[in-house]
Design a protein around this ligand. Structure first.
Ligand code: FAD
Ligand code: MLT
Ligand code: ZN
Length: 446
């Protein structure tokens, strides 16, 4: 037997080292099917101490480690690129402590799903502030590693905003643990926030301490047809006409409104009765439907949440997740339409309009053809935007990181990476362009 696999089996138990290609292929293929690799094996530690022994073992054998949670990431960061890589699945790290109702906090293991965490908080009358359509698979560890946004970002902020501390294992096997939940803590570098958003390149997250919010579920949801994206820009969530039509085909849903529109807005509100009345009146100025109970709200949300699967049912999408200032969103959108038309591609655009975040899903180009990706991301940068609002850089955007980060910033980030992971054990090829990778596109004029 492979000496590394024998060592990993001794640490975690042979049943938690997966080598059968029929099983490992799923761990080596991303959700979109655009990024496919090969895993030497999948290791499934069940405790932080096992993670602390697994990482040095992989280091001794020169095997890169790709941390993985629910494998719902959309930029290829959780799947291996090299044949030699070990996928470290954190899904067995399932600690879920009782909710501390005094502080309004909870500690959860990296493998707990967002749906489980939200349900756990709800049972204590509290709410976990992040929610997303991938809630049944996306994990605590993966959402921290990508600093996931989601459908409540405007209200509560992204995952970083919920995070009070974490437990993580560095490449050399050392464990850092800040799970006390003390918020008044001014003792040097904030390692928790450094690891958040690091996409598995700095540490394996094993648990986290989160703040929770008083549960104030939305009381109504409005779906309105609007003339264009600018009209949508004041509210929270926009779904484009083409996307809604696709969802209707793939999810078999009826038309939500009497007429079809170029753009749609979906927005939740947690309103007092008086405010709710005002919102309903406002909605009546547009062609809109208002849902005021849980089931009716879920029916409207299905038009938004089933976009991702409906797009993937049409082909392998290039998922570009940009944000531009709200004031420039209409200009960006017009330029985008002309770029996509010239490229003879098809774009389905939806997103989180309140955050200026547009998910540009391009269908048509081959999975390894990045030319339209580069052009769209460059366009976002030219409009004062960012090349990733919530999905991260992963493997998909390493060559264009410089469109959103200065040379000094990238150098500082590389210095941090080298200090914490000098051998480049954790997730090589994610976030930073690998040596010999494709040359970066020319940066936009500053
Ligand atoms: P994975 O996909 O397994 O991994 C993602 C990254 O995190 C990889 O780089 C991986 O190496 C790293 N990682 C995973 N676990 C760990 C760990 N324990 N320690 C260190 N690194 C780790 N994203 C949003 O931001 N907002 C949305 O609204 C949203 N909606 C989605 C809807 C659908 C239907 C789908 C399929 C995806 C959606 N996503 C969204 C993207 C995805 O769900 C998020 O990126 C999520 O955070 C990934 O979590 P995961 O557990 O699946 O991580
Ligand atoms: C969403 O907002 O639904 C997600 O980010 C998923 C996607 O972009 O497909
Ligand atoms: Zn999103």
């Amino acid at each position: 037997m492979d000496a590394l696999i024998a060592e990993l089996a001794a640490i975690c138990g042979p049943e938690h080292v997966l080598t059968d290609p029929d099983v490992t292929t799923g761990y080596a293929t991303d959700w979109t099917r655009r990024f496919r690799g090969h895993a030497r094996c999948v290791i499934r530690p069940g405790h932080v101490d096992e993670v602390a022994r697994v990482l040095p073992a992989c280091g001794r054998h020169g095997a890169p480690v790709v941390p993985q949670g629910g494998n719902t990431g959309l930029v290829g960061g959780g799947v291996p690129a090299s044949e030699n890589a070990v996928v470290l699945s954190a899904r067995r790290l399932r600690r879920l402590d009782p909710v501390d109702t005094l502080s309004g906090q909870v500690t959860a293991g990296a493998g707990v799903t967002i749906a489980e965490l939200r349900a756990h908080a709800a049972r204590a009358g509290l709410e976990y502030g992040v929610d997303l359509a991938a809630r049944d698979s996306a994990t605590v560890g993966g959402t921290i590693a990508t600093n996931a946004g989601g459908i409540q970002t405007i209200r509560y902020g992204p995952t970083r905003g919920q995070l009070l501390g974490l437990e993580a294992v560095l490449a050399d096997g050392s464990v850092i643990s800040r799970l006390s939940g003390i918020q008044a803590d001014n003792t040097g570098y904030d390692l928790t926030q450094l690891i958040a958003g690091s996409e598995g390149t700095l540490a394996v997250i094993t648990a986290a301490r989160f703040r929770l919010w008083p549960a104030e579920p939305p009381t109504l949801t409005v779906l309105a047809g609007v003339p264009d994206i600018e009209a949508a820009a004041g509210l929270q969530t926009e779904i484009e006409a083409a996307g809604l039509a696709l969802v209707r085909v793939h999810a078999g849903l009826p038309a939500p409104l009497e007429h079809d529109y170029p753009a749609y807005l979906l927005t939740d509100a947690a309103a007092s009765d008086e405010d709710a009345e005002r919102l309903v009146e406002l909605a009546q100025l547009h062609d809109a439907v208002v849902a005021m109970d849980t089931q009716a709200r879920a029916r409207l949300w299905a038009y938004r949440e089933r976009h991702t699967e409906s797009i993937s049912a049409e082909g392998i999408p290039h998922k570009l997740d940009v944000a531009v200032p709200l004031a420039r969103i209409a200009a960006f959108r017009a330029a985008l339409d002309s770029l996509i038309a010239k490229a003879d591609a098809r774009a389905i655009v939806f997103g989180h309009i309140g955050a200026g975040n547009l998910h540009v899903n391009v269908l048509g180009p081959e999975p390894d053809d990045d030319s339209v990706d580069d052009a769209v991301l460059r366009l976002a940068a030219e409009h004062g935007g960012t090349i990733s609002a919530e999905h991260g850089i992963g493997r998909a955007k390493t060559a264009v990181l410089h469109l959103s980060r200065s040379a000094a910033e990238i150098a500082a980030m590389r210095a941090v990476k080298s200090a914490l992971d000098p051998a480049g054990l954790l997730n090589p090829g994610v976030l930073f362009l690998p040596p010999g990778g494709r040359p970066p596109v020319t940066p936009p004029p500053s």
